[in-house]
Ligand binder design. Structure first.
Ligand code: ZN
Length: 308
């Protein structure tokens, strides 16, 4: 079982390595993400049973397997609707797209595990940014970590609670992996800046998908959160500089992967490799689009080189 943290009369966090948000109203529950697996979902269902919940709705913040892993079990048990943004829903309904995106072809053995490949489920409702009257939440764009990730801001009680999904990475994860997963560096930096603005916007609690809940009514907790935003930004800038310094002469992407892994002492298995590969491609796109590097085709290879 996991800890159930009650943030106000209607908002609960089912705390585990991947946090699930739950908005409770009578015998109805809106779940924000569904955890990493069917086993995780069974534990969620047990809690829903104890609370006499009959009707369930699911909002997926994004399509990564550790956030949608319980969808399939919960959808067949409760016949529930699933809400997600359009682009993320393509991955939720066709989970093979996730490892296929990471590798660039159908997945090979080694990246077809539960960390990268969830069971499929049906997205019944495409959700847009802004206030959803039906769900009584504000849907906030937080892309960068995935193509169209959203955060969920609750409106129903006197306390505003902001579930920020994977828009921020904990200091423990940074220590372990250093270069955390991104698909769009520029959008991620914009998302990090926007998180700082929300802090000044009457939000009482910030709930990341991984790690601790921040109670912004405590100065200490608010400062910790702001420090973490800065730490995330500094990791991005350090990674940018590491790549730029390395590109004094043309390099292929695999050289960049190997250099970054060496520099940050990362040990790579198949999953770790494809996650780092796509993340560093996203960094190279960012450097290319901002005119720091150029792409050249020579020796029948695509090479990146720093602009002088
Ligand atoms: Zn994620």
């Amino acid at each position: 079982m996991f800890d159930v943290i009650k943030l106000d009369e209607s908002f609960f966090v089912l705390k585990s390595p991947v946090n699930v948000g739950m908005i409770l109203k009578g015998d109805e529950a809106v779940l924000i993400d569904t955890g990493s697996s069917s086993d995780h979902a069974k534990r969620i269902a047990r809690i829903l049973g104890e609370l006499s919940v009959r009707k369930v709705l699911i909002i997926n913040t994004h399509s990564h397997a550790d956030h949608i892993g319980g969808n399939s079990f919960l959808q067949s048990k409760y016949r529930c609707r699933i809400f997600a943004t359009k682009l993320e829903s393509a991955f939720i309904e066709n989970p093979v797209l996730e490892p296929a995106y990471l590798w660039g072809a159908l997945p090979f053995k080694g990246i077809d595990n539960k960390f990268l490949l969830a069971k499929p489920s049906v997205v019944t409702d495409i959700i847009d940014y802004g206030i959803s009257e039906e769900l009584n939440v504000d849907v906030i764009p937080l892309s960068g970590h995935s193509f169209d990730m959203i955060g969920i801001l609750t409106n129903q009680t006197n306390k505003r609670i902001f579930f920020i999904a994977d828009s921020i990475v904990s200091s423990q994860t940074i220590q372990k992996y250093k270069v955390y997963f991104l698909v769009d560096v520029a959008k991620h930096l914009k998302t990090l800046e926007s998180l700082k603005l929300w802090v000044e916007n009457d939000v009482s609690f910030i709930v990341p998908s991984h790690g601790e809940v921040y109670n912004l009514e405590s100065d200490q907790s608010m400062e910790e959160f702001l420090r973490l935003v800065e730490l995330n930004k500094s990791v991005v800038h350090e990674t940018v500089n590491t790549i730029l310094n390395y590109l004094d002469v043309p390099k292929i992407i695999d050289d960049i992967v190997s250099h970054v892994a060496e520099k940050f002492s990362l040990s790579l298995d198949a999953s770790g490799y494809v996650l780092l590969l796509q993340t560093l491609k996203a960094y190279c796109n960012y450097l290319f689009e901002n005119d720091y590097v150029q792409i050249i085709f020579q020796n029948k290879r695509l090479e990146y080189v720093r602009k002088q």
